[in-house]
Write a protein of this length. Structure first.
Length: 274
């Protein structure tokens, strides 16, 4: 199976792909999330992995727009515990380090540890790519912040493990496939967006309809409609015990909302450790 990811081998997207699918897969690295979606849409890969929200940084709003593509479908989700580590070349000591390279988000997540040192911090394109470049350059004065998988792939030492400041740091990933309308028999979660009519009480009517049925609303995210200033769409994640309950809610939503688009109906995700 070919699986497209945003980023490089050793990245957190790579960890999710390996853990979620297991077995023999071919990782197809992509520079952008848009490229991941395009490869899935064209059928050049069977699945794509795309981060959608982080427990600290919040939702990745541009990725919700990618999900609105009619040729894409959410086939599943995965939750990854984010663990950041200080990696060095073998044998390097802390006193040898002069610079630390990594993606700006990784550096920010480790600010408490990094600020206690006198190292120069250098922002880079990707955590795993920083690890790969360190292994290639052989610079003993440099360290990187990246995953344990990156250390294993590129022959680096985990000099200091778990240097992230907030230990409860999770990222949620969507598993993408080409749209085929299939719903797994054990599905218990759905993702969709709706727009409410631009009139008094319309949003409240939609939310009341969801609240009156046997579903658990786990996320409600608003984002603007570019072509209609001050009008908004609303992303919704909901959990349910049976597909019958989901179909009943969907029928009612289509009656009270102006428009409804279902991204996917799937089995709620398991949690993995990065």
């Amino acid at each position: 199976m070919k699986v497209a990811i945003q980023g490089y081998e050793g990245s957190f997207h790579d960890i999710v792909a390996r853990e979620y699918f297991g077995g023999e897969i071919v990782i197809v690295p992509c520079d952008t999330f848009k490229e991941v979606a395009a490869l899935v849409e064209r059928g050049e890969v069977e699945r794509g992995v795309m981060a959608i929200e982080n427990s600290i940084a919040g939702s990745i709003l541009p990725n919700y727009r990618l999900l609105q593509n009619d040729n894409l479908q959410v086939a599943g989700e995965a939750i990854l515990t984010i663990r950041q580590n200080l990696l060095t070349l073998p044998g390097v000591q802390l006193e040898d380090i002069r610079e630390v390279h990594s993606h700006h988000m990784a550096l920010m997540q480790c600010d408490e540890f990094l600020e206690s040192k006198r190292w120069r911090l250098v922002e880079t394109e990707d955590t795993a790519l920083s690890a790969k470049q360190l292994a290639a350059d052989g610079d003993t004065s440099r360290a990187v912040v990246a995953s344990r998988l990156a250390a294993e792939l590129f022959g680096l030492d985990v000099k200091v493990a778990d240097i992230h400041t907030i230990k409860n740091n999770y990222t949620r990933f969507m598993i993408l496939k080409r749209h085929d309308h299939t719903i797994p028999p054990d599905a218990d979660k759905a993702s969709l967006y709706f727009s409410a009519r631009h009139e008094q009480g319309s949003l409240l009517r939609v939310l009341r309809e969801m609240g009156s049925n046997a579903v658990n609303l786990t996320k409600l995210q608003s984002y603007p409609i570019p072509s209609e200033p001050w009008h908004y769409m609303f992303h919704v994640d909901m959990e349910f015990d049976s597909v019958y309950e989901w179909v009943r809610v969907l029928d009612r939503l289509q009656e009270v909302a102006q428009s409804v688009h279902v991204y996917g109906v799937y089995k709620r995700g398991r949690e993995f450790v990065g």
